[in-house]
Design a protein around this ligand. Structure first.
Ligand code: PEP
Ligand code: MG
Length: 585
């Protein structure tokens, strides 16, 4: 038994068997073979190539049926690698001339091939390297006769342990079979953590040594609330944590029976509690949680983990289905936030030194007006349902907002000409997640209809702390006075200019901060669906006056630690016996 400590990324407890993700490392035997074994080794090569082709075609078919044939195209490049005569001839040559065993000959030829492609410094070919490496792992697995560590093969639900789980991979995992996520790297607001929270899957990230200490088939306890992992626990620990798990489940169950109704404080201040979603499939969770619509629809997830781009019709169908399902409430559709830690599997997006500061979100969209307009037209068409709002990510100044709005006007004209209906008065919002936008919120507020504060980024940009880097996670402090001052100033500037202001960063769903934000005057709180019931209960259990009083005192506290301690004491005092259930589970 070993205990590991990481960053608590998504609350709850799970106990299960481990599947290690994306870390198969093969020990490749190197042998000289006898002359009479040459044909046998070539036969083994051909057999493994045929088996791999069958495996990939089956996977292609499965993905095609489940997610549409556009998604399945991703495997065409993989199949081409298996048919590459130059590569195959090279391997055969090594077996015949150098008399190497097939595994060694294969891995040598692949390495040569990959190095040659990398030297060409061509983005398209670099993209092909990933295909080649993926195919090569499959072939080697066949040659070495290793069973593929498939989640579906694991005989039930599993805990995924990985060095990293970028959104482009998480998106394709069968979420219904996943009990927990455990990663070496990442912070509380990295996108794996966000997805885990949205789906209510316990997760611990930033463990640094997880993949070194946890192996395929181990049993682990994931305590996502404390950020702890127990590897191969004793029977006593399993019993203890099974009890803790049922206590947690009881605590999470909302005692507020009202579903999807407005929530107000004891003294009558109404606020909107809405939900963040990444995929249309999450909408049932939103409805179940009693959220007042969707405050953030991260549309970029539709673009991840696939080679092609979704066209206008595909996007329109997705946005329309969400708009219809959340009625009578609203959905705020955020235009794509590609870049940062979310990348397209396409060659036209080069790798960058500092992707969070680079070609991301609105910057990427404005540089690709056709791609952007395809999305804007799809959103506008869905807005004919009259419950759609649109919002731009990572606006850093007024000019970007104006350019984006001008493209919306162009799209409106195109749709009018094509006789396609849309909401003429669609609300346009700006995410405030870059310090320059926060500092010029008065200017932005005059030219848009609402704000949504993106604290996940606002904190990383204002404190200069990479949100996905576990090494500096201790500096990622939502309660830092600099962050709180920025938030207070954004709220005041929005209200001075008569627009409403919400928050869709993770901070809005953290109970102590939600109470503080209520006191600071926030109008809308958007969070992963599982956090909605507790936040509604929190709001219904306090008065606005109490929250305002606390916010006033917090404004004079000098450090994040002081802020958190003070909030803890005050919220505990106000909620009394409900504190444990609402705040601590
Ligand atoms: C944010 O930055 O707070 C936000 C909600 O956007 P994302 O997490 O997708 O960057
Ligand atoms: Mg953001």
């Amino acid at each position: 038994m070993i205990k590991l400590k990481g960053i608590a990324a998504s609350g709850g407890i799970s106990i299960g068997k481990v599947v290690c993700w994306g870390q198969e490392e093969f020990i490749i035997p190197k042998r000289k073979i006898a002359h009479e074994d040459i044909s046998r080794e070539i036969y083994r090569l051909e057999e493994s190539l045929i088996d791999t082709r069958k495996e990939i075609s089956a996977l292609q078919k499965k993905i095609g049926h489940e997610f549409g044939f556009d998604h399945a195209k991703i495997f065409e490049a993989h199949l081409l690698v298996l048919e590459d005569r130059v590569l195959i001839e090279d391997i055969i040559q090594q077996i015949k001339d150098k008399k190497f065993n097939v595994e060694h000959a294969f891995s040598q030829s692949i390495r040569k091939y990959v190095n040659a492609l990398l030297k060409l410094n061509d983005d398209y070919l670099r993209e092909r390297v990933l295909d080649i490496e993926d195919v090569s792992r499959r072939v080697l697995r066949k040659l070495l006769q290793q069973e593929e560590m498939k989640i579906d093969n694991a005989g039930g639900k599993v805990v995924i342990v990985a060095h990293d789980l970028p959104p482009s991979q998480t998106i394709n995992l069968p979420k219904e079979n996943i009990l927990g996520f455990v990663t070496d790297i990442g912070g509380r607001t990295s996108h794996t953590a966000i997805i885990a929270r949205s789906l209510g899957i316990p997760a611990v990230v930033g463990l640094e040594v997880a993949t070194r200490n946890i192996h395929y088939g181990d049993t682990v306890i994931v305590d996502g609330s404390l950020g702890e992992i127990i590897v191969n626990p004793t029977d006593k620990q399993i019993k203890e944590y099974t009890e803790k798990k049922s206590r947690h489940a009881r605590g999470v169950k909302p005692s507020l029976s009202s579903r999807a109704v407005k929530v107000s404080t004891k003294d009558g201040r109404e606020v909107v509690i809405s939900a963040n979603v990444e995929l249309p499939e999450e909408i049932p969770l939103v409805v179940q949680a009693g959220a007042e619509g969707v405050g953030l629809y991260r549309t970029e997830y539709m673009f991840l983990g696939r080679r092609d781009l979704p066209g206008e019709e595909e996007q329109y169908r997705a946005y329309l289905s969400v708009a219809k399902k959340v009625k009578p409430h609203q959905v705020i559709i955020r235009t794509i936030d590609i870049g940062g830690d979310k990348f397209l599997s396409r060659p036209e997006v080069p790798s960058e030194m500092s992707p969070f500061l680079g070609w991301r979100a609105i910057r990427f969209c404005l540089a690709k007006p056709e791609l952007f307009k395809t999305q804007l037209r799809a959103i506008l068409r869905a807005s004919a349902e009259k419950n759609v709002k649109v919002m731009f990510p990572m606006i850093s100044g007024l000019e970007e907002l104006r350019q984006a709005k001008a493209l919306i006007e162009e799209c409106k004209k195109e749709l009018k000409k094509a006789n396609k209906p849309y909401d003429e008065k669609i609300s346009i919002g700006t995410m405030i997640e870059v310090p320059s936008a926060a500092l010029t919120a008065d200017l932005l507020a005059k030219e848009c209809d609402f704000f949504s504060i993106g604290t996940n980024d606002l904190i990383q940009y204002s404190l200069a702390v990479d949100r996905a880097n576990e090494k500096v996670a201790y500096l990622y402090e939502p309660g830092h006075p600099a962050v709180l001052r920025l938030i207070q100033s954004i709220i005041s500037k929005a209200h001075d200019n008569k627009i409403w202001v919400g928050m869709c960063g993770e901070m809005a769903g953290e109970p102590l901060f939600a109470f503080l934000l209520l006191g600071m005057g926030l109008d809308e709180f958007s969070m992963p669906p599982p956090y909605v019931p507790k936040t509604k209960e929190l709001i219904a259990g306090v008065t606005y006056a109490q929250a305002q009083e606390v916010a006033k005192k917090v404004a004079s506290l000098p450090t994040a630690k002081d802020v958190e301690q003070f909030l803890y004491g005050e919220v505990k005092r106000i909620l009394g016996s409900n504190f444990e259930r609402i705040v601590m589970t």
